[in-house]
Design a protein around this ligand. Structure first.
Ligand SMILES: O=C(O)CCC(=O)C(=O)O
Length: 278
């Protein structure tokens, strides 16, 4: 018996590679999270940058709480079962009226994870609309071989290598996934997706959370880590990430540095050029 998704939603996810939208956070939870993010950004004088965007649950207790949010985990459990690791949490902020975009790509082409089961949850902390550059997906593209990609490093591309699918993507078949604040979309890590610049007057703030079954292995990097967020890990393929006691817990911050260096090496594996930030 599924915990939160309907049988139709699960069937759609398996067939098309995504399901959206699903209400997850209350308005109070959204405003708590957005305030926490923006207060920190204000205190440091700029938005989250570089490694701060990645594995952010090790820096911010409130992100660790979001990563373990019952509604989100119930949806993930309906798709991959009760033993769940979270490999990464990653912020995707497009400033108001900015050129930032994301080219068409498939995440599992780059992450060194040997699973077809990765569930990518994208949580909206501000309106993700057509105007603000919500994600678009290509239904069914999670099935079959991963597509070839090339590294373009284009200005404004939020992806590490500016990677882009190098065969033609029929964008007329793309489906938009607009989200209200507090809603999530779920997509398979093999699904092709992209997004356009933010033409709205508000920031478009999203947090993506990458959940994997515990049997998954890292096959590119020599060392990798993940947080056990539900159930049991009977495999031990990833070093267990600590849970921070508070924001900037020294032990978790030290782990964050090691863990994001490892991810960076994985993401740039085989790349001809290395960008200074991820
Ligand atoms: O935030 C976006 O527009 C794209 C996010 C993305 O590529 C992802 O979550 O994998």
């Amino acid at each position: 018996m599924p915990k939160i998704l309907t049988a139709e939603a699960i069937e759609q996810y398996r067939r098309d590679g995504y399901y959206s939208p699903l209400a997850a956070l209350t308005a109070a939870e959204v405003s708590h999270s957005r305030n926490a993010l923006e207060s920190f950004e204000k205190s440091q004088g700029h938005s989250l940058q570089g490694a701060q965007r990645s594995k952010s649950h090790l820096l911010f207790k409130w992100v660790d709480d979001l990563m373990r949010h019952d509604k989100i985990l119930d949806a993930v459990e309906d798709l991959i079962g009760p033993d769940i690791l979270c490999w990464n949490t990653l912020f995707w902020t497009k400033e108001a009226r900015s050129e930032s975009f994301v080219s068409w790509h498939q995440d599992l082409r780059y992450w060194g994870l040997d699973t077809d089961g990765l569930v990518s949850v994208w949580l909206a902390l501000s309106p993700a609309t057509l105007e603000s550059g919500c994600m678009h997906v290509l239904p069914g593209s999670h099935i079959g071989e991963l597509m070839p990609h090339k590294d373009e490093y284009a200005d404004g591309n939020l992806l590490t290598r500016g990677q882009e699918i190098s065969v033609e993507v029929d964008a007329s078949k793309a489906v938009a996934m607009p989200l209200d604040p507090g809603e999530i979309s779920l997509h398979n890590g093999r699904l092709a997706h992209a997004s356009s610049p933010n033409q709205s007057a508000d920031r478009r703030i999203g947090l993506s959370l990458h959940y994997i079954p515990t049997e998954t292995k890292q096959v590119v990097g020599a060392w990798d880590s993940a947080a056990l967020v539900r159930g049991e890990d009977r495999y031990g393929h990833f070093e267990r990430a600590p849970t921070p006691a508070a924001d900037f817990d020294p032990a978790a911050v030290a782990f964050h540095s090691r863990a994001t260096d490892a991810v960076r090496e994985i993401l740039f594996h085989d790349a001809a050029k290395i960008r200074p930030t991820i």
